[in-house]
Design a protein around this ligand. Structure first.
Ligand code: AMP
Ligand code: TRP
Length: 336
């Protein structure tokens, strides 16, 4: 059978604590699926995480635990590369080189920067602003063709493309231009269970509003049962008028593989209480084997370290080749 050429794919996730089913459906679930047909590199973006002040011990633990969780979710570290961003200083080097070609206006216009800086008037660190340049370095070091991300990261990807183009035009063809890959799952944004017009987020003060991948079965069912819905007692998809019910249908669909239409059929005439419980059961059932595998992996520190060492080596070989070219093109003296 004819096989299409594998594409180089890069993505990353920050180790900022509990991972929600929003992160899973929007990002991690796709990673596991995409690695079947692509040449994948996945990073834990711990350098990005420090734009928010971190407690050192917790950052270390979150980074290691996230490796175990990604492996438990099906990231295959034999075929794909999985590594920790801070273990390869090439990322920071390329970031500096790119930042000398990036305009301040480009960075200050980024929606995420505007939102975050508005919230942090007093402690608006420079990293919040230059964050997308580091992200561009992550992507461009690997000659990445596709980058699966949530819709919120699309603007950052645009910058990576612009910087690549600018460099290629100024010197000569060096970087591959990356394309965003926003899957249908990624578009299916998962909303808060308590305020279903707001994105589900692990930083929400109300823990009833999100489900993490490590929540216990009873917690998952309780959170689904308490999910805010409406009072017309009909189950069908309509984000505008039935945000809560639609969100639960999206979640159900993502964890059962059934389409929204199939789910609507299944729940025709079913009461809300029953529906919510069925959704909770489906989520818990799907997550149970992931949780079990996670517990085994997270206890095996040596294995996690081996995975990271191997990932660092494989990623480093690719990144070094790109960086060497870049240094040469810019005109840094390297000796005869
Ligand atoms: P964050 O937790 O914001 O660092 O996001 C990590 C990844 O998960 C990104 O690709 C996001 O687009 C995705 N993501 C985060 N929250 C959600 C959500 N509620 N629904 C869908 N995708 C999400
Ligand atoms: N900024 C991304 C997020 O918060 C994480 C990230 C860092 C990333 N580097 C990347 C995503 C490179 C894709 C490609 O979700």
């Amino acid at each position: 059978m004819h096989q299409t050429a594998q594409k180089r794919l890069f993505s990353a996730i920050q180790p900022s604590g509990a991972i929600t089913i929003g992160n899973y459906i929007g990002a991690i679930q796709n990673w596991a699926a995409l690695q079947q047909q692509n040449d994948c590199i996945f990073a834990i973006a711990d350098l990005h995480a420090i734009t928010v002040q971190q407690v050192p011990e917790i950052l270390r633990k979150n980074s290691r635990d996230l490796v175990a969780l990604l492996l438990a979710c099906g990231v295959d570290c034999k075929n794909s590369i999985l590594f920790l961003q801070s273990q390869l200083s090439y990322h920071i080097e390329l970031m500096w080189l790119l930042s000398s070609m990036c305009y301040i206006g480009e960075l200050s216009r980024m929606t995420q920067f505007k939102d975050k800086s508005a919230k942090k008037e007093e402690n608006c660190n420079a990293g919040l602003m230059t964050y997308p340049v580091l992200m561009a370095a992550d992507i461009l070091l690997y000659q990445t063709e596709i980058v699966p991300v949530g819709a919120d990261q699309k603007q950052h990807l645009e910058l990576a493309r612009n910087l690549a183009l600018r460099f290629n035009n100024r010197y000569s063809q060096t970087f591959t231009l990356p394309e965003p890959y926003i899957t249908s799952n990624g578009q299916a944004k998962i909303f808060s269970l308590q305020e279903p017009t707001k994105k589900m987020s692990k930083s929400d003060v109300n823990s009833l509003s999100y489900i993490t991948l490590l929540d216990k079965k009873e917690e998952i069912i309780k959170k689904c049962k308490r999910a805010v819905t409406d009072s017309d007692n009909q189950i069908y998809f309509d984000c505008q008028n039935k945000a809560g019910i639609s969100n639960l249908l999206t979640i159900y669909s993502a964890f059962t593989g059934k389409s929204i239409a199939e789910a609507e059929m299944q729940f025709k005439g079913v009461g809300y209480a029953n529906f919510k419980e069925t959704v909770g059961e489906a989520v818990a059932k799907y997550l149970a084997p992931i949780q079990e595998r996670y517990r085994e992996l997270v206890a095996d520190k040596r294995y996690i370290d081996t995975v990271l060492r191997d990932g660092r080596e494989r990623a480093g070989d690719i990144a070094y080749k790109t960086l060497r070219k870049v240094y040469k093109k810019i005109g840094f003296y390297r000796g005869e």
